[in-house]
Design a protein around this ligand. Structure first.
Ligand SMILES: [Zn+2]
Ligand SMILES: [Zn+2]
Length: 411
């Protein structure tokens, strides 16, 4: 043991520290996995990956999630929701690795790519769909059929029946574009814009927008006889949603909102397959593949995070914490994985499809006046109670999305 430490000499302790520092410094110069490759990205502190090891790492993580849950079976019709954002493009590329002929464990599900176009809602109005279709076309190996669905269709009174009828007549096409339906899209777009402008807060607008998007996806799942829908929310998205859900009255349904498998609706499973990924990993993976990002707008994109939505504010807060405390998001995700969904819920909300558990008394009174008492969950009642328009115009007309699912589950 060195005895000079207490006298301020060159102690063993400081030599150790120097050695560790030198080792760390050395480690940062080469890949943390293979110890030879040039560093490409640092994911965890002090652990740089070279490009090849990074690819292996993300592909393994993606496949591990699917493998652990044993959710995909051969021939499954799998809806893949591509919005054009970084995580959805990364998800598409990661899924495609499972169809690569060199892959030793192939994915045998039949992928159906769904693009919901809501660009008319935002000022620029420029649709990301052409760029997404070009990107989908560039993906090698994977079999694919693409469905383009204009968001405003959800405001059509007999939306499900009309979509089903259109699909039956066009089911063999490579790209099934619902824009070709004989519907007055401009009138529907005006109706959608006016509805959303009547919802007072950006938080409520984002909340209802997301719910209606899930309506479209689950309806399409019913029409295509599919029971699985891949979503691309990252760990940051889900951690922010977990915290903001409590603030917007959706605390009772946290497990559905944040876990790997979201079984909110009997018969359909939403798969949060990017749950373990950060936006940084997605962005660097796309960079490796030379995929350019696509601009996708949301209700709060152009707003200051402070005056934006609860979800955006929480996202900014949690990303800030993560920058200083790198285990923040993984701790939130681990906590959410332990939550159990409530049982004994006989009905799902007509807007967000979550099980109806309980509502606060004051908002229940308002819904009871409108004869919507048993049709909406607490979160949707709170979001819609700020709406100046007749709430009944937003609640889908054919009341229960389960109907179309039941139809094919029974047949
Ligand atoms: Zn390496
Ligand atoms: Zn709801």
């Amino acid at each position: 043991m060195c005895s000079t430490a207490s006298f301020g000499g060159n102690s063993c302790g400081s030599r150790d520290e120097e050695m560790i520092k030198r080792k760390t410094q050395k480690r940062r110069d080469v890949c943390f996995k293979c110890k030879t490759g040039d560093p490409f990205v640092v994911i965890r502190q002090g652990d740089p990956f070279c490009g090849t090891c990074f690819d292996t790492h993300v592909i393994h993580k993606f496949r591990q999630g699917l493998g652990k849950t044993k959710i995909l079976y051969p021939g499954d019709k799998l809806l893949v929701n591509i919005s054009g954002n970084v995580s959805s493009l990364a998800m598409l590329r990661l899924l495609a690795t499972g169809y690569d002929t060199a892959s030793h464990k192939k994915i045998t599900a039949d992928p159906k790519i769904v693009v919901v176009d809501d660009s008319f809602m935002f000022d620029s109005g420029e649709s990301p769909v052409p760029a997404i279709l070009r990107e989908v076309e560039r993906v090698p190996d994977m079999p694919r059929q693409v469905f383009v669905v204009p968001f405003q269709l959800v405001f059509l009174s007999n939306f499900r029946e009309r979509c089903k009828e259109f699909y039956e007549g066009n089911k063999d096409r490579k790209i099934v574009d619902f824009n070709e339906m004989r519907v007055d899209f401009e009138k529907l777009a005006d109706s959608a814009r006016s509805t959303f402008s009547n919802i007072e807060t950006v938080s409520a607008r984002e909340d209802i927008h997301r719910s209606l998007r899930l309506q479209i996806l689950s309806t399409l799942a019913g029409i295509l006889h599919s029971t699985k829908i891949m979503m691309s929310d990252t760990s940051t998205d889900l951690a922010a949603r977990l915290l903001s859900s409590v603030a917007v009255g959706r605390g009772a349904n946290l497990p559905h909102e944040t876990q790997y498998l979201d079984n909110r609706l009997p018969g359909v499973t939403f798969i949060n397959c990017m749950r373990e990924f950060t936006p940084k990993e997605c962005a660097y993976y796309l960079r490796r593949l030379g995929v350019a990002p696509i601009t996708v707008l949301t209700h709060s994109t152009l707003l200051d995070p402070i005056v934006g939505s609860v979800n955006r504010l929480t996202d900014t807060f949690i990303s800030g914490l993560q920058a200083t405390f790198p285990s923040t998001i993984s701790t939130v995700m681990k906590t959410s994985a332990k939550l159990q969904p409530m049982s004994n819920c006989s009905r799902n909300c007509d807007v967000c499809l979550l099980p109806i558990i309980q509502r606060e008394a004051d908002v229940t009174d308002k819904m009871s006046e409108l004869d919507l008492e048993d049709k909406l969950c607490n979160g949707c009642v709170i979001a819609l109670s700020e709406c100046e328009q007749d709430v009944r115009e937003i609640v889908p007309k054919s009341s229960n999305v389960k109907a179309i699912l039941d139809e094919f589950l029974i047949s």
